[in-house]
Write a protein that binds this ligand. Structure first.
Ligand code: PSU
Ligand code: MN
Length: 306
């Protein structure tokens, strides 16, 4: 079996890549595990539409029927959004998910790897994984971090999920030499909230500025990711008191139920969606759409690169 046989690039995506048109990779764990099922297919379509609004072609990545799919048709997208048996697939799961022929939704780590392998340079998500708050006891650190330390992709996100230990994650990103810029902000965004209380090392104010940084990094042959941290629209951010209260109860519930490993992040996100009567869902959708739009603008501006 050759690599081509295991990866199926959607014709529209293949054509866009061949002609140097802007392409934006999108992850699928967000659809399958990050958002509640009745909303997720609609949101996934809206995210693709947001990329198109910017003039780029969306390529949602997932694994179906023993193949990596780069760019999903509507049936495939619906399946990832609604099928409860879809596995959360990080980098280490890819081989098994493909071999067993089960459906897999790719995380930031897995999507970055697969996007890079087919030549897609720009990727949009909601919030990165990172160091969990109980990491001193649990050693729970997302596989997103080492993956970003080894893959030269540009990832647009709203910071790291606020359920995590933000300062510890920023330290890890620094150690891994992952480049970090704040988009029109000096503060590192906190996913549901605009300001995590931590600074960003560099601020940028336009997609063109981001593309210039990408180009300089490319010329140097740097192999780490560039993280573009794009704060949530101020109208959609969560009230800080509500956020802190919900997080505290979520962490208590986590300990009580004894959730571990890859279920931790989906559990906490679901807790937020339930406890805030959909306010956190609205925030999550808003920030993903905004990231998709910005990633589209970057991908279009990057066409002149190389
Ligand atoms: N962003 C969201 N919702 C999500 C995720 C990101 O708005 O559900 C997913 C991403 O796929 C990310 C994963 O890679 O959560 C991190 O999971 P873990 O902490 O188990 O590595
Ligand atoms: Mn984990």
């Amino acid at each position: 079996m050759s690599p081509d046989q295991i990866t199926q690039v959607h014709p529209e995506v293949a054509e866009a890549l061949a002609s140097g048109h802007g392409v934006v990779a999108l992850e699928s764990t967000l659809i399958s595990h990050g958002l509640p099922t009745p909303n997720s297919a609609t949101v996934a379509r809206q995210v693709e539409a947001a990329v198109r609004e910017s003039g780029a072609v969306p390529a949602t990545i997932a694994i179906l029927d023993g193949k990596v799919r780069v760019g999903l048709d509507d049936t495939a997208l619906e399946r990832i959004a609604t099928d409860e048996s879809v596995a959360k697939a990080s980098l280490r799961d890819l081989g098994a998910v493909l071999a067993k022929g089960v459906a897999g939704a790719t995380t930031v780590a897995a999507t970055s790897y697969l996007a890079h392998s087919v030549g897609i340079a720009v990727f949009a998500t909601g919030g990165l994984g990172g160091v969990h708050r109980e990491a001193r006891e649990t050693w729970d650190e997302s596989a997103d971090l080492p993956a970003l330390g080894a893959l030269p992709v540009t990832v647009v996100c709203a910071g790291i999920k606020s359920v995590l230990d933000v300062p510890a994650t920023l330290e890890r990103l620094e150690t891994l030499s992952v480049a970090l810029v704040g988009y029109r902000t000096d503060a590192f965004p906190g996913f549901y909230i605009r300001d995590s209380g931590q600074p960003v090392p560099w601020r940028v104010d336009s997609p063109a500025e981001i593309v210039t940084i990408m180009q300089r990094r490319h010329l140097l042959g740097l192999q780490q990711a560039l993280v573009v941290a794009n704060p949530i629209n101020p109208l959609d951010e969560l009230d800080r008191a509500v956020h802190d209260e919900t997080l505290a109860s979520g962490l208590r519930a986590l300990a009580e139920v004894g959730v571990r490993g890859k279920d931790v992040t989906p559990f906490l996100l679901a807790h937020f969606h339930e406890q805030t009567n959909g306010r956190s869902l609205q925030a999550n959708v808003s920030l993903v759409l905004s990231n998709a739009r910005l990633a589209g603008q970057i991908a279009v501006a990057a066409r002149s690169l190389s």
